[in-house]
Design a protein. Sequence first.
Length: 133
Amino acid sequence: TRPIFMYWSDERSYYNEKEEVELFDFGVTEGIRYYFGAHHKGLYVEPQFIFEHVGLDYTYSYDSEENYNVSGNLFGGGAVIGYKIVSGHFTMASDIGYAYTKLSLKGKNRDDVAEAAAVGGGLTGSFSVGFAF
């Protein structure tokens, strides 16, 4: 399980114009690893399920038609291949793979969603260091 949490905010001013952006994202990536070696170490493959909730607010003081307030859910799946090293209680793992996601958003009006919806895929990867009990 990999929790996801992100908050980002930015405000910019140009002469009499003001732009504000706020992004909030939380979710989880869940996967089940299959190890080719014994004792949960060595080479593994992992199918993954991805869920995230995303919120985006964009305010442009010069033109209110450019304002966006959208939120929605991202669903996806993927697969990674990786390697895990265990030395005593110390563990280290790294993986790389491919994920495909679909983002479904709802906004104040139809135009908000048309500009903010997305479908696509790409490379994914992770590196972790930990302590095994």
